[in-house]
Design a protein around this ligand. Sequence first.
Ligand code: 9MR
Length: 572
Amino acid sequence: QPPTSGIRVNQDSYAPGLPKQATLISASATPLTWTLRSSAGAAVATGQTTPRGADAASGENVHEIDFSSYDTVGAGYTLAVGSETSFPFSISSDGLKKLRHDALAFFYHQRSGVAIDAKYVGATYARPAGHVNVPPNQGDNNVPCRSDLNCGYTLDVRGGWYDAGDHGKYVVNGGIAAWQLLNEYERALRMGDASALGDGTLAIPEQANGVPDILDEARWEVDFLLEMQVPDGRSNAGMVHHKIHDAQWTALPTRPDQDSQPRRLSPPSTAATLNMAAVAAQASRLWRTIDPAYSAKLCAAAEKAYAAAKANPIMLADPNDGTGGGTYSDNTVTDEFYWAAAELYSSTGKRTYRDDVTGSSLYRGVSFNTHGFDWSSTGALGDITLALVPNDLPVADLAAIRAAITTTADSHLAQMKSMGYPAPYRTADGSYEWGSNGLVANNGMVLALAYDFTKQDKYRDGAFQAMYYLLGRNPANYSYVSGHGDQPVRNVHHRFWAHELDPSLPTAPPGVLSGGPNSGLQDPTAARLLAGCKPQRCFVDDIQAYSVNEVAINWNSALAWLANWVAEKSSS
Ligand code: 9MR
């Protein structure tokens, strides 16, 4: 059981110059006195809490502590009310700036098909290459379709990132994760500061090749997405295989190179094809001057995929194809069509893609909602690109897309005001779902974009609140980011970072986001330990509890995007 404290704070650091809040658990109807103490124990500020009453998401009676007025940079501060004392925290931008790079470092650790080199990660995290056909490992260099499909070919699909704690590589999830890293860079270039993302900023093999490291990391995945395309001359040429993973689930722990399971390609799907088309098109404009030949190759692959998807508009992934890997099935591809058209139009300017954008039922920001976007709903990604990259769409339509972003952000802010532990996330019935932390981070991105487009402080403050929720101001009292905070997650569901099961293996490196509270309790461990939990408390830091404590590339891409943004907006 975690140590408890009745005061929940961002356990890492509060940005100087910006609002600072914490949550006290108390049924008192009247305000209580809070004291902020320095690391030496001296009272440096004091004030009154604001009683907030019963909080639905946590099931607790809470007060808000607002210590924004105190703004001296330092470490080891604590908040105290009566006999309760919080975890120590900093007032500093250092931790947030470190998080920006830690969150991106995750992706190198997840690389498949290459040894993870001690030179970049230290001896603890180094490991041999996975899935390169060194026994007992099966390689991704010669992978057949599922035996019942008889497609008559094999593909070399080495590389890419492992999706999560398992060794699957799923195009629809890998695509949105790569898109988000590329968008992190593209937004920074156009609306912020990309200098912290340049060459030499990450500990990766490409750190001195003259190309921004965030692009190098994303390319590792983009190249894999291209490899998943059905070759010319085959039926469904141009379509993209939905995923590649083990024939059977493996046990925990299993190091990638020790996985002995046969590898299988699942059939092509319209969703995967459009996902690759979108990301390859996006990448083609980012590499246009960096590597023109690569850029042209990406554009050609994207256009071929898009045409193939139009010819096969309802090739859906099998919802029962879930042995040895996640299903990632999705019945609605209107959003993937819109997203791909938006990326292709933004990169090529071609009339045909423009017509597909303006003719879509999702045009003008229809996709934004308070639930958020994920691998199954990608329309918002297209809108974000349309709002960011200059184009010749009618000014009123672009304004409508930006208005959809700010309206959604306003709706998040209105809801967060009523929450004891403010997080931009909502479902119709108040439940929390698988990967809720990823949605919180993505909705934090919407708040951040609302600030980028309007420069209104309330949106910036909301984006920071989302990050502070992830860093410990939550009823589980965990920092959901490994290595950040006084009580960070340590036992995430992962086949290599499985220290809890085998002490010779490491825990997660710093900067890894846990999936977070899931009131569906969709694994036996969560079901056993968390029965009856209130939505925001349905969390346990147990390696077996994969429905609440797994890691995933699409959640860490959301964390990385938001971390870069808050680091950029931290004043010192
Ligand atoms: O992230 C996925 C989540 O949206 C789904 O609800 C869940 C159940 O289908 O699957 C999640 O993805 C997992 C995938 O199926 C297998 N690899 C790990 C992924 C993260 O937990």
